[in-house]
Design a protein around this ligand. Structure first.
Ligand code: KMH
Ligand code: ZN
Length: 273
């Protein structure tokens, strides 16, 4: 079994300081949370950015500042900007960080409800447009799948040549509108991708550590962080993303899985191959 790649999703677009006062907004706060996560064992930082007041933004220049600040404190970590942004943003807005040619970025593979009246829109043509831009700039896509149909869409677009190999999936389980975060769901998602593909599991809310543990056992990788969950354990808010990463590391060690460095993560995923 390969070493474990831990992704830290340090701020997302939805969670706020009202939920957990240590959610990072400013460039300095984002860099500090990235540093804590990388020092605890994360090899990938999944990055959303905010204005200083916490408003989510996909502004290219804000991403540039945050990426520069993160590289200063953890030069080796893989930075994976979001192209999902926040619900309601235009495709043009969402694609801005890809212009910075990050090593990796997310590619959301379908439309889903996102709680209340929110719909996270990713039509087939949107996915093709985003994939083409990433391919053109040599950006490695992480295929975000909130439901089984999104895996099928990704595989169809791979077959048609829009999404290049190697295929790396992120199964997001527990979004209000996507697949739930039960063990049977992760087993089903994993069984739906080709044998050579790599995958990460992201469990939302209380599903974060159960999904991470199951993925670790199954040879997958794990994502933790405030974007998906703000609690270290029931009723106890995490004091930093680093605490969530450290917990994933402890679980992995107990289960006999070593942790990948950023360099090892690049090799496992085939980034730059
Ligand atoms: N904030 C969600 C609407 C991604 O980063 O690619 C979308 C999201 C997915 O977080
Ligand atoms: Zn995200």
């Amino acid at each position: 079994m390969s070493k474990l790649i831990i992704t830290a999703a340090i701020c997302g677009a939805e969670v706020t300081k009202q939920h957990n006062p240590t959610v990072p907004y400013t460039v300095a706060e984002i860099a500090e949370e990235a540093r804590r996560s990388a020092e605890a064992g994360a090899s990938i930082i999944h990055l959303h950015v905010r204005q200083d007041d916490g408003t989510p933004t996909q502004d290219r220049e804000r991403y540039r500042l945050c990426i520069e600040a993160i590289k200063k404190v953890c030069p080796d970590v893989i930075i994976q900007p979001s192209t999902g942004g926040a619900v309601g943003m235009s495709n043009e807005e969402r694609l801005q960080p890809v212009d910075l040619k990050p090593e990796m970025a997310t590619l959301d593979c379908g439309t889903c409800n996102f709680g209340g009246d929110d719909i996270f829109v990713n039509t087939e043509n949107t996915i093709i447009e985003f994939a083409a831009k990433m391919k053109g700039l040599g950006v490695f896509p992480e295929l975000e799948c909130f439901d089984k149909g999104m895996i099928d869409m990704a595989l169809r677009l791979h077959k048609k040549g829009h999404i290049p190999a190697p295929l790396h999936f992120n199964f997001v389980l527990g979004v209000n509108g996507g697949i739930s975060a039960e063990p049977r769901d992760l087993i089903f998602m994993r069984g739906s991708v080709p044998p050579g593909a790599t995958f990460t599991a992201t469990g939302i809310g209380r599903g974060q550590f159960p999904m991470a543990a199951l993925s670790i056992i199954m040879g997958g990788h794990a994502r933790v962080g405030y974007e998906d969950n703000i609690y270290l354990e029931k009723g106890v808010l995490a004091k930093s993303n680093g605490e969530l990463v450290a917990k994933a590391v402890r679980i992995a060690r107990e289960l006999g899985r070593d942790i990948a460095s950023p360099g090892e993560a690049r090799t496992i995923l085939g980034i730059g191959r």
